[in-house]
Design a protein around this ligand. Structure first.
Ligand code: PMP
Ligand code: GLU
Length: 399
């Protein structure tokens, strides 16, 4: 035998979004004035009523193991939330709480995939989906969205990628990294395909509260009993309640899948943090005012960033309909050089920008399209003004 790590782990790429964020934080700790458009993490503090709930949980001694699937208190609040916001009826036994939506996604994939099963992933997509599918033994099948349609994959294109091995489709609306929002009509068409070919849908709805210009979130599971029976809805408190570090996510879906996810989790991490679970339950009872205020602020930042970026010669971008990301088209700069170094793709662009202007962005190669970089506008307007100003200088220096 050898002392090497497994084949499976050798092939895993570390999360680029998290790596860029930690690099930016490291440079900042060294005293450098870095502007971070890297990780998608609300910059607001967790609201006080939620922090108070965590303190209450500690004082009340809620410091022991909870049921693996989550406390009844939290699952009951999630049940109420899914009915209230998404018109979805679930029993607490149809819900499992995990350490972030990230763990829910991975548990769900492990619960449904056998080796070689295919998972359709509309692209560009969040960096962790294809890695997670592979870690769970599946094969990611990337389906490129049409740029002219805000990167939305047409139902015909999606269906063209279905094979007898297709086991699931991962949807993410609003989308990270494109900001696209799937309409009820598109979701209906996707649902018909999933029902016709009998595969699961993992619906990642973590950005549901961030849809601009009067748009509305539709959960694919709400479109009928047939598609609901094949859908695993995934959500969490990270983005809506500025609770990224608390690590609480949840999944709701068919009983057999939720049961398998719970058994799987019982042997890996057991329950999610007991204090954070109580805080999340309390978060879900309130927070409308906080979410409205953060929504208004994100909207103002989106408009500011878009106006500034589109006024820079040589760059293009779409106005995203949701989430807090913007895809910046850098294709006109590919092949040019800055400080004597050629920009061959999004990694070079992001590396050179961080090095020379101290602005962190995520190369979209990680999301499946090397002609773009992703900017997160989950940062203050002041930083957006300074950061985009530096990007404008950088572009001028490319020759
Ligand atoms: N899905 C998407 C699309 C995301 O961008 C993120 C980012 N964190 C997650 C899931 C995971 O969220 P959580 O913090 O709940 O694990
Ligand atoms: N989801 C966020 C992002 O894409 C946070 C980092 C991560 O979990 O990937 O930036």
């Amino acid at each position: 035998m050898s002392l090497s790590v497994s084949q499976r782990c050798r092939n895993i790429q570390p999360s680029v979004t998290l790596a860029i964020d930690s690099r930016a934080k490291q440079l900042r700790a060294m005293g450098l004035d870095v502007i971070g458009f890297g990780a998608g993490e609300p910059d607001f503090d967790t609201p006080k009523y939620i922090k108070d709930a965590a303190k209450d949980a500690l004082d009340a001694g809620l410091t022991k193991y909870t049921p693996v699937a989550g406390t009844v208190e939290l699952r009951t609040e999630i049940q109420a939330k899914l009915l209230r916001d998404n018109r979805l009826e679930y029993e607490p036994t149809d819900i499992v709480v995990s350490t972030g939506a990230k763990q829910c996604l991975y548990n769900a994939l492990c619960a449904i995939l056998d080796p070689g099963d295919e998972v359709l992933i509309p692209a560009p997509c969040w960096v962790s989906y294809p890695e997670m599918v592979q870690m769970a033994g599946g094969v990611p099948i990337m389906v490129k969205g049409d740029e002219k349609e805000n990167f939305v994959v047409s139902p015909a294109e999606l269906e063209a990628h279905v094979t007898p091995k297709t086991k699931a489709l991962i949807l993410n609306s609003p989308n990270n990294p494109t900001g696209s929002v799937l309409s009820g009509q598109i979701l209906r068409a996707y649902a018909d395909i999933a029902v016709r070919h009998e595969f699961f849908v993992l619906s990642d709805e973590i950005y549901e509260k961030l849809i601009y210009d009067g748009g509305r979130h539709v959960s694919i599971a709400s479109l009928g009993e047939d598609i609901k029976a094949q859908t695993i809805v995934i959500n969490g408190v990270s983005k809506s309640y500025a609770m990224t570090g608390w690590r609480i996510g949840y999944a709701a879906g068919p009983k057999n899948v939720i049961k398998a996810m719970t058994s799987f989790q019982s042997h890996t991490t057991s329950n999610a943090n007991s204090i954070a679970q109580h805080a999340a339950a309390v978060a879900l009872t309130d927070g409308e005012k906080f979410m409205h205020e953060s929504f208004m602020e994100f909207n103002a930042r989106r408009n500011l960033m878009y106006d500034m970026l589109t006024s820079i010669d040589g760059l293009k971008c779409h106005l995203p309909a949701g989430a807090f990301y913007m895809m910046l088209d850098i294709s006109s700069l590919i092949g040019k050089s800055v400080n004597g170094k050629e920009i061959r793709g999004s990694d070079d662009f992001a590396g050179a920008l961080l090095e020379s202007k101290l602005v962190a962005v995520v190369p979209a190669r990680a999301f499946g399209d090397d002609r773009y970089v992703r900017l997160s506008y989950a940062t203050t307007r002041e930083k957006i003004i300074v950061g985009i100003g530096r990007i404008a200088e950088f572009v001028k220096e490319c020759e």
